[in-house]
Design a protein around this ligand. Structure first.
Ligand code: CP
Length: 312
């Protein structure tokens, strides 16, 4: 690797809130190099061959889990996977006991997804291993925001002054919060749009515009990052029905064809097809949803590599 030896300002990647704009740029620069690696016939480098990483998933995942595991294997790390549903957590073991037992087997780094906001931050106060937050409840999902911003930058160049809309269920979305932190740190103009019940009351204090008008927001933005309705986190009704949500806040081809709308459509997945966007939008030439997933591996390689560099 020809990456200049520079370091992140943090020992863990718990949230974008803790990263500096320079950290984000360093991750992007490192990801550029790893993207070149994973497009070679031999997609592997020896960078982490002395490092053991445990992937601790206390909540379901497809993309993040596979992406981290591929990133780790392409860096030649030793990898162990832990799933709460088939572990002794079910017998009443605490999070800290579970993690300390895993770490006693000489694990160096943890990637963790947990339903409780702040769970990785709590662990970081009690253990020595580096931690990457792979999503903590409704709080942050830093590597998703990094891969989202990296994918936008690939399409648009420097994000300073670019108009980015985040649409849908902002209230329950860790992707929304991490995207807001990341994009504002990079100088983008960010607007959130959705039903008033799904927009947190004080969100404008984070430096974003707020709109409840989907058509006007679509005409304003260059990128629409569409979020999933997180029904599993909603214990009351925030809108009358999915059909009504889709009618007033869903993206479909008919709506977009009548507008001077965004050039780029994104979604972190998993998609509720026909709810927040229809298949003819998800699969259109404007959609970069699969490029986001592809970039996730390079971004996670960069994050793990840079944390490992900080250990030596
Ligand atoms: N975007 C994302 O976090 O997807 P998964 O829940 O499948 O990991």
């Amino acid at each position: 690797m020809s990456t200049i030896r520079q370091q992140l300002s943090t020992r863990h990647v718990l949230g974008i809130k803790d990263l500096t704009p320079e950290d984000i740029r360093l991750i992007f620069h490192t990801a550029d190099e790893f993207k070149e690696v994973i497009n070679r016939p031999i997609k592997k480098v020896p960078s982490l061959r002395d490092i053991t990483i445990a992937n601790l998933f206390f909540e379901d995942s497809t993309r993040t889990r596979v992406s981290f595991e591929l990133a780790e294997k392409r860096l030649s790390a030793d990898v162990v996977n832990f799933s709460a549903s088939s572990s002794s957590v079910k017998k009443g073991e605490t999070l800290l006991d579970t993690v300390n037992n895993i770490l006693s087997m000489k694990v160096d780094m943890l990637v963790m997804r947990h339903p409780a906001p702040g769970a990785p931050h709590f662990l970081a106060q009690h253990i020595d291993a580096n931690i990457v937050n792979a999503g903590d409840g409704t709080h942050e999902h830093p590597t998703q925001a990094l891969l989202d911003a990296y994918s936008m930058q690939e399409q648009l160049g420097d994000l300073k002054g670019r108009r980015i809309a985040i649409l849908g269920d902002i209230l329950h979305s860790r992707v929304a919060l991490s995207n807001i932190f990341c994009l504002t740190k990079l100088g983008a103009k960010v607007r959130v749009c959705g039903p008033p019940t799904l927009i947190p009351r004080h969100i404008a204090e984070l430096g974003v515009e707020v709109s409840y008008d989907l058509r006007e927001t679509l005409e304003w933005c260059e990128v629409a990052n569409v979020l999933r309705i997180q029904l599993e986190r909603q214990n009351i009704r925030y809108f009358p029905s999915l059909r009504e949500y889709s009618r007033y806040f869903g993206l479909n081809k008919e709506l977009l064809s009548g507008l001077d709308g965004p050039r780029i459509i994104m979604h972190p997945g998993p998609i509720n097809r026909g709810v927040e966007l229809t298949s003819d939008v998800a699969d259109s030439e404007h959609s970069i949803i699969l490029q986001q997933v592809e970039n996730g591996v390079a971004i996670r390689m960069a994050v793990l590599y840079l944390l490992a560099v900080s250990r030596s």
